[in-house]
Design a protein around this ligand. Structure first.
Ligand SMILES: Cc1ncc(COP(=O)(O)O)c(C=O)c1O
Length: 427
């Protein structure tokens, strides 16, 4: 096969499955102009330069800041990862402790290692109490919404951060659209100091397009330098242009989230009628997360059934299947999803995930654990060793061990129960 990747993409497209995964444009021809190839230019006098922007890129960023109510917005063609890297750099340029929700993407773990920051881990529901016990924290970092669409109490965390005069950084990778839902749930509107938003996941943006929104003017001046520290000097112009187009689409079509929320509610009702439970608490009204284990079907197995029914989900784990729905899904997509849910072979509920073991003791800094020589060992030989990688069984999607932490016997038993058989440890 002379072009294996290109061919795989063409073949995947030909299968014509309903797309409930990223990117949010769903390859819908109404989402973006088809001629973006012809606009793949570079830094030219006419086209501005991302990290020294003073022309059309600066104007596009200003319009995005205006729409989202930010003091400054920076465009990223390097995904939300680049925005997360910049947030840490801006919040703690001299290093220090960051109170971190333990539910976080690996880009955040890697950035803290690169910048030699010290995470002080908190289970998502314990962020406030861990913050209270960490008087020298430089910032708080949380993920909200998480992959399943569950949201944290951002107003309460923001208030605690304000009282301590430290910034609240929110990984809002899955919530770029939440400024336009009813209710408005975007963390920037709820008091966050900075948000990293993967626009390409839930909006009509090409893969890699994201926004860093900054609400606190103390961090605006150095934002571009912080982004440039980690970024390629060749950001894709079609990606950046799609962010500009999506921003204008949002300005004109924000009402389209109403019908989307209705369609999502209908799908959720169909699932609940079949005995499939949904995540509790405050959730993104556009995210569909089905706990298929509650209807006796492991998430991974259910995802296969959905694929066979012509529906491609975003993600599946032992218990859940996650679907990303956007205004660019067609009625036919929703019909297929509804049919597929109705055809699931519902059985008796599977047992719930076991309780998480206690967080293990930290033995070395995150940076040392990520960069020191390491080796992969069978799980049986890992007790008492120091982890060089995170291990994150799903559900619950919370890492039980992070780089630099001791692999206790309890953790070892827990990982074995999830089918882990090897782990990377420090030499
Ligand atoms: C919670 C979370 N944060 C950050 C990222 C990184 O986003 P990006 O792929 O846009 O760099 C992801 C990607 O899946 C994510 O799920």
């Amino acid at each position: 096969m002379p072009t294996p990747l290109y061919t795989a993409l063409v073949e995947h497209k030909e299968r014509g499955r309903a797309s409930f995964h990223t990117p949010g444009h769903k390859n819908n021809p109404g989402a973006l102009p088809p001629d973006l190839l012809s606009l793949d230019f570079t830094e030219l006098p006419d086209t501005d330069s991302l990290f020294e922007a003073d022309g059309p890129i600066a104007r596009a960023e200003n319009l995005a800041a205006e729409l989202f109510g930010a003091k400054r917005t920076c465009i990223s063609a390097g995904g939300c990862t680049l925005c997360i890297q910049a947030m840490f750099r801006l919040a703690a340029p001299g290093g220090g402790k960051i109170v971190c929700s333990r539910v976080l993407h690996r880009s955040a773990v890697n950035t803290m290692a690169l910048l030699d920051l010290t995470p002080v881990w908190a289970m998502p529901e314990d962020v406030l109490s861990v913050l209270a016990k960490t008087p020298d924290a430089k910032a708080v970092y949380v993920t909200s919404p998480n992959y399943y669409g569950q949201l944290l109490d951002i107003p309460a965390i923001a208030e605690a951060c304000r009282a301590r005069d430290i910034p609240l950084l929110v990984d809002n990778a899955h919530g770029a659209h939440l400024m336009f839902t009813e209710p408005k749930l975007h963390p920037l509107a709820l008091g966050a100091s900075m948000t990293a938003c993967s626009a390409h996941k839930t909006l009509n943006v090409l893969t890699g397009g994201a926004w860093l929104h900054i609400a606190d003017s103390r961090y605006t001046a150095d934002a571009k330098e912080a982004m440039a520290l980690f970024a390629s000097t060749s950001p894709g112009y079609p990606v950046m242009a799609s962010l500009d187009l999506a921003r204008e689409w949002l300005r004109l079509h924000r009402r389209e989230f109403g019908p989307l929320q209705e369609k999502v509610s209908e799908i959720k009702a169909v699932a609940q009628n079949r005995g499939i439970s949904l995540p509790g608490g405050l959730t993104d009204p556009t995210r569909i997360t089905l706990n298929t284990a509650s209807a006796g079907i492991p998430g991974i197995e259910a995802a296969d059934l959905f694929r066979q029914a012509g529906v491609e989900p975003e993600f599946a784990d032992g218990a859940h299947v996650v679907f990303i729905a956007t205004p660019f899904n067609t009625d036919r997509d929703f019909l297929r999803l509804k049919d597929a849910i109705e055809r699931l072979p519902v059985r008796i509920p599977l047992p719930q995930a076991p309780e998480l073991p206690e967080l293990p003791p930290v033995k070395t800094s995150l940076r040392e654990a990520v960069f020191a020589p390491s080796e992969s060992v069978p799980l049986e030989q890992a007790a008492g060793r120091i982890a060089a990688q995170a291990a994150c069984p799903c559900p619950p999607g919370v890492p039980v061990v992070m780089p630099g932490e001791e692999i206790t016997k309890e953790i070892l038993r827990f990982l074995r129960g999830y089918g882990f058989f090897a782990i990377k440890v420090l030499k």
